[in-house]
Design a protein around this ligand. Sequence first.
Ligand code: SF4
Length: 651
Amino acid sequence: MRTVCAYCGVGCSFEVEDKLKGVKSYPVNEGMSCSKGISQIETIEKNRLLNTYINGKVAKYEEAINLIAKKIKNSNPKKIGFYLSGQMLNEDYYVANKLAKGFIKTPNIDTNSRTCMASAVVGYKKTIGSDYVPVKLSDINHTDLLILIGANPAEAHVVLFNKIKRAKKNGMKLVVIDPRFSDSAKYADLYLPITPGGDIDFLNLVAIRLIKENLVDMNFIEKWVDGYDELKKNLLKLNEKELLAKSGIDARDFEKFMEMLKNAKNFITGWTMGINQSIQGVDKNLAIMNLHLITGQINKKGSGPFSFTGQPNAMGGREVGGLATTLAVHLDYTPENRKKVASFWGVDEVCDGPGLTAFEMIKAANEGKLNVLIVCHTDPVYHLPNRKFVEEALKKIDLVVEINAYEASETSKFADIQIPAAPFGEKDGTQTNMDRTLTRSKAFKEKKAKQDWEIFADIGKAIGFRGFDFTSSKDVFNEYKEMTRLSPDIDIYKANYDELENKPFIWGEDALKNGFLTENKKAKVYYVENKELHEMPDSEYPFILLTGRTRDQWHSGTKTAFVEKLKKYKHLSFIEINEEDAKSLGINEGDEVKVISRYGKLKTKAKITDIKKGSIFISIHDRNVNYLTNPNIDPISKEPDYNHTAVKVVK
Ligand code: SF4
């Protein structure tokens, strides 16, 4: 039997025996897997939430469902929120989305993918017309140059990085751009220690040089790109020396980078949260897209802008409609789309949107504008920024429901109702990885709790809605796949549920055959500049806090933190600090330190590394990290700025 990994966006296929083993014939992972992925078999049984609780007391499941249904019926739909997760399968997303937008008629349904991918979603939509990733993992085998900016796949996407290492042996060059000398940087042909917040300056400088040295592809631009003249005019007004100084990159290193770029017949740029999680996350994405569009390095083998997804099914959530900013299957909230979707679901009308995004729901709660919040397979109290504010806001919501497979989340402390759900291994359905590959997640253990979609369907039925009599995950999938016929680019209607276990289905393979996904089939480039909106270090808070994943841990550690063999790699709580900075503060390796921001503080231990002077790093696996982080969000993508909080460090 085969299933797919429930940890990261690579989406490795596993053979299930007494242990999990990477499937050799599966193109995504080609037999590879990582220690975190295969450890999941040990975690299924441990730490499980198996009872339903109402106000901390064990209760009957039906009683909880009826209570939720009653509260929803008596609430203004605009005051109801659903907070979903990239850990949910497509079928779980589909039923939750149908229930919220089609029947309860609230647009306030967002996923935790908002906190990692939303800036990339907007970047793709603005430039190529749709949230479509125009690169595949196999392209790495055909590129001359891979530029990683704000990404550390050696720790966050281990199998992807194994593919990168293999491509390097075959001649591919690797550039890593990161303020932190990460594990990925150790393998780079060129490492560029950028200043936090200097990304747009660097990317604009590259674009200027490409223009000035006639390295742009004018044939491609004339045929396929709008906005080039405006972009060129604005870029050429900028001062190159100033851009270089603001990027923090050494002039000789920058020239080395330009030589590598010039010598490459094609290139891929890969990025994750170091770019997306920023108050200018969308602009940073646009600056990356500009480089690919002006050189024509997109939509051909071995080239393109590749946003790596963090969670196993963040992509699926984007496709089904788990983001508050889309209606369903990549359809925006236009009157025409609302009609189409209403007719598909057999309702008079669907909600009007867009709805409140993840952090906006918390802000609404704080203002007393949210009565019900249903949180599914995620932990917003742990992962949203400015945690003290989040905690206070949750206390103001009448009914907080937590649906989760595991106990002891930070959000559980604020839940009025807790409902147990099936985890990986017990649930069945499909998920989409970072390169649009749809794979079957197959149950191989006896189910100890209901699957998410069953819980959402039960809530729908308890309210009295029809259209929730699904009999299986396949039944849900088949309705979802029919819905993709309404989509401008998703062709999942061609997939066959039963075949997905052995044969992956990559959606949208022909999507760019006749041009980009905009009305006139042309992509668009945008001039962006570093507006320096992020927090800046000052004399009181002289360091910039960076956050990120570390190898073999997953989020708050609900599952990975107690797997003995994973603990040997990295501790969950530490700060990385530069040697000179540590010396000036009298801090030695292993010393206990306090990190303080304008929003809160935490205690941890110091680890002296090669991180760029003036920056510190704390892993997201430290459950307290968001007591420190700032509340800024990108104004368009609404993605939080986890990587630019000014802090001080005290021994
Ligand atoms: Fe799972 Fe990602 Fe590891 Fe593959 S690389 S086994 S998908 S955690």
